[in-house]
Design a protein around this ligand. Structure first.
Ligand code: FES
Length: 104
């Protein structure tokens, strides 16, 4: 578990990239916090640079959409899910719980 940021540093509609065992993108989707591996599974775009729409993020390079709740892509060209990480908020801090090894 690590602290990603303070809640006021991540307002609704914004994202931040954190370096854990791999880069992790943390999103505030209308008050709900989500964390996924930052690197798109299609190529190497950074999902934290993507476009947030509800609880979905659009990859900035080729426009694949990922569901932040599951990591599953909802359209091509991405076919593989990104890894998701539980997020908790306590005392104004956003915590990311990286629990499983990165996918190869
Ligand atoms: S790099 Fe993300 S869709 Fe191509």
């Amino acid at each position: 578990m690590f602290v990603a940021c303070r809640t006021e540093e991540l307002p609704p509609g914004e994202s931040v990239r954190i370096h854990a065992d791999v880069p992790v993108a943390v999103f505030n989707a209308d008050g709900e916090y989500y964390a996924v591996d930052d690197t798109c599974t299609h190529q190497d775009a950074s999902l934290s640079d993507g476009f947030l729409e509800g609880c979905f993020v659009e990859c900035p390079l080729h426009a694949a959409f990922f569901d932040l709740r599951t990591g599953v892509p909802t359209c091509l060209p991405a076919k593989r899910p990104v890894r998701t990480h539980p997020v908790t908020v306590e005392d104004g801090l956003v915590y990311v719980h990286v629990a499983v090894p990165a996918l190869e």
